[in-house]
Ligand binder design. Structure first.
Ligand code: FEO
Ligand code: CA
Ligand code: CA
Ligand code: CA
Length: 660
């Protein structure tokens, strides 16, 4: 007899109500526990977190960093090899995006003054980056294995290789690596990716947070360099908010000053800016391996890097977003075709698939078709004769990918955040979190303002408390289906529009209700069953509810037909949502972002991150009054400890699969 068909996937929990509690709220029948939080020691020999900021700077090379963000679960065999099917033992790689504003790292916040304290800055440098920890599940308990040989920190000081077309490029020369083959540090690692051969991809987003440039620097540079600096948001006379370069003349601090200070690029750090904005590959199974900046994937404010399902004999395909207002969506297609024999080959496989390939940028047409425009030196006018920017070689194209994409006329999006690829039909989803720079179709745009277009169709005004927010404050999720025969073509629609449930019908286009309304989609993840998980960041709805995570069953491209959005723009709409296709799974503590999703392959353990709880409230260190007391208060509701970013473990009390 034929095997019985698999039962249809259904969302099976009771929706969590919107709330402003200082807790993680999950559905009835679910448990939460904390895997690790800022400052937890990963090895033996360092003291436990003391909640007073007294930990030594150097100990952060062995402690969990700050600002938990993207992450990935790598199942691990008894022999210590990558095993994608393993659920009870694995390595969890977590991004530590940034040092959170209240500075829980230090005894009483950041010391005042225009010159930073050297010990504070050193601690902040080590609190950024990535942590890799071994995790084991034993019955109902999932815990970090303290002291595991795999536990590792990658920080803003870790030595990395530069590989791909920009390796050796003059624009990456530094005093540290005059031949431009290495650099140090990965910074502001937002979302992530992973590879079928078992490595982690960590993505450098808001690296301008820690890079400064001096007044008068333009006059010391070529015209081309000035065009590039300005396009990437580092005009001359710009000080970073963190001011790391002010902490001393030692290389650890001085290299954050991306100004001309020496006789040549090999004698200073004028090119620091060009050493960030990359996708970095880390082999979690080889703790001594050197991470690599894979430059073929382009330089921009990388949110993450999401692979399509690998198919034997076909290229590796990776989707990426540039998270800034009016920036682009990209795709990388490897030159080498996938060979499953490369599983477990670590950085060697990374070099094979990620150092050679073709970079494309997306153009979304009003009729629901789309084009991938090729960013290759010598094609589409990307050459030395270009009057906007004279490209010297492919290294120059990837270093200045934004400029190349401008020249090709790619579609400027409402801040591309996370992507996710459907596990069975291969359709690609990407969150567009919000954009305050959209203006009404009747307005005359000034500066970088844009009118709505088909793929970014909304301009409206929305209230947050007593404040009016304009543009596309609630965001949306776009999706596309690749053409089966032509790598440069796709079709697309809008899957879902964020909105308050009580918004007007031409704003609440997806008919959201109390059980599923949300704002500012950011994190996105498909589990292997095809359930889509959506997370939110800050946004226009925090007067009503803390940030959240929802489960969705999204259908497919073309489900909804055409809609008319606020502002009168026609768009390819998705299907309307219902409680059966979109439901709120959890709500986080106060003043946090919910971000980062990983799930064990048996779907019985889910990990997510709470980033920057309490971020919006200035702490009173003496009185110990903070904007949030999470995570200590999750188990002891009277605890008055510092808020910390943390990884949360969710399981079902009956041991079943999450979400169904
Ligand atoms: Fe770090 Fe785009 O969020
Ligand atoms: Ca994000
Ligand atoms: Ca965000
Ligand atoms: Ca945030």
């Amino acid at each position: 007899p034929a095997p019985a068909p698999a039962p249809a996937l259904k969302i099976g929990f009771t929706a969590v109500a919107k709330n402003k509690n200082d807790l993680v709220t999950v559905p009835e029948g679910y448990n939460v526990s904390i895997l690790h939080a800022l400052g937890d020691p990963m090895h033996f020999g360092d003291e436990s977190w003391k909640d007073d900021g007294s930990e030594a700077a150097d100990s952060y090379n062995r402690r969990i960093g700050d600002g938990h963000d993207g992450m990935y679960w790598f199942g691990m065999s008894d022999a210590g090899a990558f095993d994608a099917k393993r659920s009870d033992r694995g390595l969890l790689a977590v991004n530590h995006e940034y040092v959170v504003a209240p500075y829980g790292l230090h005894p009483a916040g950041r010391a005042a003054g225009a010159t930073r304290n050297a010990a504070e800055v050193e601690k902040e440098i080590y609190a950024h980056g990535v942590s890799v920890v071994e995790v084991k599940r034993d019955g109902a308990n999932t815990t970090m294995v303290r002291g595991s040989r795999y536990n590792r920190r990658v920080t803003s000081a870790t030595t990395m290789d530069i590989t791909g077309p920009a390796k050796g490029n003059a624009l990456l020369q530094t005093l540290f690596s005059p031949t431009a083959v290495q650099t140090r540090g990965t910074n502001n690692n937002c979302a992530n990716g992973y590879t079928p051969w078992g490595t982690y991809l960590t993505c450098e987003e808001n690296y301008l947070n820690v890079i400064s440039r001096a007044a008068g620097d333009d006059a010391l540079r070529s015209a081309k360099e000035v065009v590039s600096m300005n396009r990437y948001g580092l005009p001359q006379n710009r000080k970073s908010p963190y001011l790391w370069e002010t902490a001393g003349t030692a290389d650890l601090y001085a290299r954050w000053n991306s100004s001309v200070t020496g006789a040549a690029a090999t004698a200073d750090y004028r090119n620091t800016i060009n050493t960030f904005g990359w996708v970095v590959e880390i082999d979690p199974f080889a703790p001594d391996s050197t991470p690599a900046k894979r430059t073929a994937l382009g330089r921009f404010n990388h949110e993450g890097a999401w692979p399509a399902e690998a198919v034997a004999g076909k290229p590796i395909v990776i989707y990426m977003g540039d998270d800034s207002r009016n920036e682009y969506i990209y795709k990388f297609v490897s030159k080498a075709n996938w060979d499953a024999a490369d599983v477990g080959k670590g950085m060697t496989a990374g070099a094979k698939y990620l150092d050679e390939g073709t970079l494309y940028v997306a153009k979304f047409n009003a009729d629901g078709t789309g084009n991938w425009l090729e960013l290759s030196f010598g094609k589409n006018g990307l050459d030395a004769a270009n009057t906007t920017y004279a490209f010297a070689n492919q290294g120059d194209v990837v270093i200045n990918a934004r400029i190349a994409a401008d020249i090709l006329g790619a579609t400027k999006m409402d801040r591309p955040e996370w992507g996710a690829v459907h596990p069975t039909n291969g359709e690609v989803y990407m969150t567009l979190t919000n954009n305050s720079n959209r203006v009404a179709t009747t307005a005359t745009p000034t500066g970088s303002q844009l009118k709505p277009d088909a793929a970014n169709p909304r301009y409206y005004e929305d209230m947050k408390g007593t404040a009016t927010q304009k543009g596309n404050p609630n965001g949306h999720i776009i999706r596309w289906k690749e053409d089966a025969a032509d790598v440069t073509k796709m079709t697309w629609d809008v899957y879902l529009f964020g909105a308050q449930s009580d918004a007007a019908a031409d704003v609440n286009l997806s008919s959201l209700t109390d059980v599923n309304d949300f704002s500012s989609p950011d994190g996105l993840y498909f589990d292997k069953r095809g359930m889509l998980w959506i997370q939110t960041d800050d946004g226009a709805y925090t007067d009503v509810t803390n940030c959240m995570m929802l489960a969705a069953l999204p259908g497919k491209v073309g489900d909804g037909g055409v809609a008319t959005a606020a502002g009168g723009t026609q768009t390819r709409a998705g299907a309307k949502a219902s409680a059966d296709t979109l439901r709120r799974f959890l709500v986080g503590p106060k003043e946090c972002e919910i971000t980062g999703i990983a799930m064990t392959p048996d779907h019985k353990t889910l990990f997510f991150n709470v980033q920057h709880p309490g971020e919006d409230t200035a702490p009173d260190w003496a009185a110990k009054t903070f904007g949030s007391y999470w995570p200590a208060n999750q188990t002891d509701t009277t605890a008055k400890k510092r808020p910390r970013s943390a990884t949360v473990v969710v399981t079902r009390k009956d041991g079943g699969e999450i979400g169904i």
